[in-house]
Design a protein around this ligand. Structure first.
Ligand code: CA
Length: 243
């Protein structure tokens, strides 16, 4: 088993010169060296700078050290820290997007993963090409915040797209990337009854393959974190409306 690499994975395949300096860092936490190397290779070829970590502890260290723009995280990891725990710890201090990898396709894993603040979910066996496409889509979305728009004030809740922040009574509330995206989308469409499908398309993108329960999981998180400050109505059999 290799130790956490402090150099970009697959160094000989890394882009050279200025391109390498600008390459977006991504931490890949995966104990299967074949999968890790394959993902690293595809990320490198796509112009990213992957750092590979073979277990949860090495992963947390690599995330702290390299400040990645995205984390690819296997759920089944050896040692004391499984992917869920790593996700929880990452989320406690950061809103870096997290894509979970797992051999298990269980709905329960997916739901728990989203509740922990993961942004996407890929079930093994997966196509590395598709994984890279999703990574790009998530990074586009994370960086594609609308150009400076004033914060929307809804009672004690402030939704600030420029700072990508939600505040309740002036205090910032820590939201996962997708939770904030969902809140921004609801705010931009305030007063409209939005179906779960519209929310999926608007927040996750029309090419996202997940089911509509994903929306409910994220709504539950928003309600838990924002409490009464979130005037969100459930439209039974349809979706949600922010009042
Ligand atoms: Ca594994």
């Amino acid at each position: 088993m290799t130790k956490v690499s402090t150099e970009p994975a697959s160094g000989e395949r890394a882009p050279s010169g200025a391109a390498a300096k600008e390459a977006v860092p991504i931490v890949v936490v995966e104990d299967d060296p074949n999968i890790a190397d394959l993902v690293g290779l595809y990320l490198t070829e796509a112009g990213f700078r992957p750092y590979l970590a073979p277990d949860g502890e090495a992963g947390l260290l690599a995330i702290e050290r390299h400040r990645p723009k995205l984390v690819i995280l296997d759920l089944g990891l050896p040692g004391g820290l499984d992917g869920f725990e790593v996700c929880r710890r990452v989320r406690a201090g950061s809103d870096v997007p997290v894509v979970l990898l797992t051999a298990r396709g269980d709905e329960i894993d997916r739901v728990v993963g989203f509740e922990l603040g993961a942004d996407d979910y890929v079930t093994k066996p997966f196509s590395p090409r598709e994984l890279v496409a999703r990574v790009k889509a998530i990074l586009r979305r994370a960086e594609g915040a609308p150009a400076a728009v004033e914060a929307t004030v809804i009672g004690s809740l402030e939704v600030d797209p420029a700072r990508r922040e939600a505040r309740v009574e002036g205090r910032a509330v820590a939201l996962a990337t997708r939770e904030l995206d969902l809140l921004l989308f609801l705010t931009a469409n305030r007063g409209l009854a939005l179906s779960r499908r519209q929310l999926l398309d608007g927040v996750w993108g029309a090419d996202w393959y997940g089911d509509e329960r994903t929306v409910d999981v994220h709504v539950r998180q928003l309600r838990r974190k924002l409490g009464d400050a979130l005037p969100l109505a459930t439209i039974w059999g349809h979706g949600y409306r922010l009042d």
